[in-house]
Design a protein around this ligand. Structure first.
Ligand code: GUN
Length: 295
C-alpha cells in the first residue's frame, strides 16, 4: 500500500489563513496580539526555527518583540528580560527557544514565565492543567500532531497509539493529550523510549505511531502494521554533500519504506514542522483574547 501524504504545509496554511482573519478582527478592536521571542546563543537549528516563528508572526499580523542574546548571557540577565516581558502589556506570549546553553537553568526560566503568557505550554502550571484536563495552553508540537490527525480524518478514540520518545516537549505531552477524555483523546497510549526492551513489539500493535525520538531510522518498515498512520516529529540533519548547505533534513522514520505500509504518513520537512509554528500563533492569539476579555 502506498500511503497518502499528510500535507502539513497545506494544513498549516489553512489554519494560518483562519488566524490571520482572527488577528484582523482583533486589530479592528484595537488589540494587537504580541509575541516576545528570546534566543540565547547561535545554535543554527534554533536560529532557523526562531526566524521562521518571527516571519510567521509578521505574516499573521502579530507583533513580535525579537531578542537575540549572546551565548554567555547570565541567568540574571535572562530572568530580567522575562520579568520585563511579563510586565509588558504589548506582549501576550513569551517564547524562550530551547535548548538553552548549558550554564543556564532552563527550569528556572520556564518557571519565571507568567503562566498566562506561556504560549509554549511548558510552565508546570500549564503542564499540570493539561494533565488534569483543565483549559491550558497546549504545547505546540503535540497540539500540531493532534490537529494533523483530526484534520486528516483519523479516528483517535479507541486507537492504539504508540509514542516513541518521552521528551517534555513532545513525547510526554502528546501521550497525555491522547489519553484525555476528550474528542481529541480517548486513545490507548503506549510510550516507548531508549530503555524499551522490544520497540518493534509495541509499534507493530499501533494504529497510530508518533515518532519523536530525535534519531533517524528509529521506525523502519518491519516495525509498522499495514495501514497504520505515522506521524514523524523528528527533525535530524544528516550530511549530504550533494546539497549546497551540506546536509538534508530527515525525520525519525524511514519514510520511503514505511510509506509502502502506512495508510497516512507525514513527510519531513513539510509535515509536523509547519504545524508547530501555527499552534504557537494560535496560542498567542488566544492569549491576546483572554488578556482583553474577548470571547
Ligand atoms: N525547541 C524545540 N521545540 C521547541 C518549542 O516548541 N518551543 C521552544 N521554546 N523551544 C523549542
Amino acid at each position: 500500500m502506498a500511503a497518502t501524504i499528510i500535507d502539513g504545509k497545506q494544513v498549516a496554511a489553512d489554519m494560518r489563513a483562519e488566524l490571520k482573519l482572527d488577528v484582523a478582527a482583533l486589530r479592528d478592536q484595537g488589540i494587537v496580539p504580541g509575541l516576545g521571542v528570546v534566543l540565547v546563543g547561535e545554535d543554527p537549528a534554533s536560529q532557523s526555527y526562531v526566524k521562521a516563528k518571527e516571519r510567521a508572526c509578521e505574516e499573521a499580523g502579530i507583533y513580535s518583540d525579537d531578542n537575540r542574546l549572546p551565548a554567555d548571557t547570565s541567568q540574571s540577565a535572562l530572568m530580567e528580560l522575562v520579568a520585563k516581558m511579563n510586565a509588558d502589556p504589548k506582549i501576550n506570549g513569551i517564547l524562550v527557544q530551547l535548548p538553552l546553553p548549558k550554564h543556564l537553568d532552563e527550569s528556572a526560566v520556564l518557571l519565571a514565565i507568567d503562566p498566562d503568557k506561556d504560549v509554549d505550554g511548558f510552565h508546570p502550571m500549564n503542564v499540570g492543567k493539561m494533565v488534569v484536563g483543565e483549559k491550558a495552553f497546549l504545547p505546540c508540537t503535540p497540539h500540531g500532531c493532534i490537529q494533523l490527525l483530526q484534520r486528516s480524518g483519523v479516528q483517535i478514540e479507541g486507537a492504539n497509539v504508540v509514542v516513541v520518545g518521552r521528551s517534555n516537549i513532545v513525547g510526554k505531552p502528546v501521550a497525555n493529550m491522547l489519553i484525555q477524555k476528550a474528542a481529541t483523546g480517548n486513545a490507548t497510549v503506549t510510550v516507548c523510549h531508549t530503555r524499551t526492551k522490544d520497540l518493534a513489539y509495541h509499534t507493530l500493535q499501533a494504529d497510530i505511531i508518533i515518532a519523536a525520538a530525535g534519531r533517524p531510522n528509529t521506525v523502519t518498515a518491519d516495525m509498522v502494521k499495514d495501514g497504520a498512520v505515522v506521524i514523524d516529529v523528528g527533525v535530524n540533519r544528516v550530511e549530504d554533500a550533494s546539497r549546497k548547505r551540506g546536509y538534508r533534513l530527515v525525520g525519525d522514520v524511514d519514510f520511503e519504506a514505511v510509506a509502502e505500509k502506512a495508510s497516512l504518513i507525514t513527510p519531513v520537512p513539510g509535515g509536523v514542522g509547519p504545524m508547530t509554528i501555527t499552534m504557537l500563533l494560535f496560542n498567542t492569539v488566544e492569549s491576546a483574547r483572554r488578556a482583553h476579555g474577548v470571547a
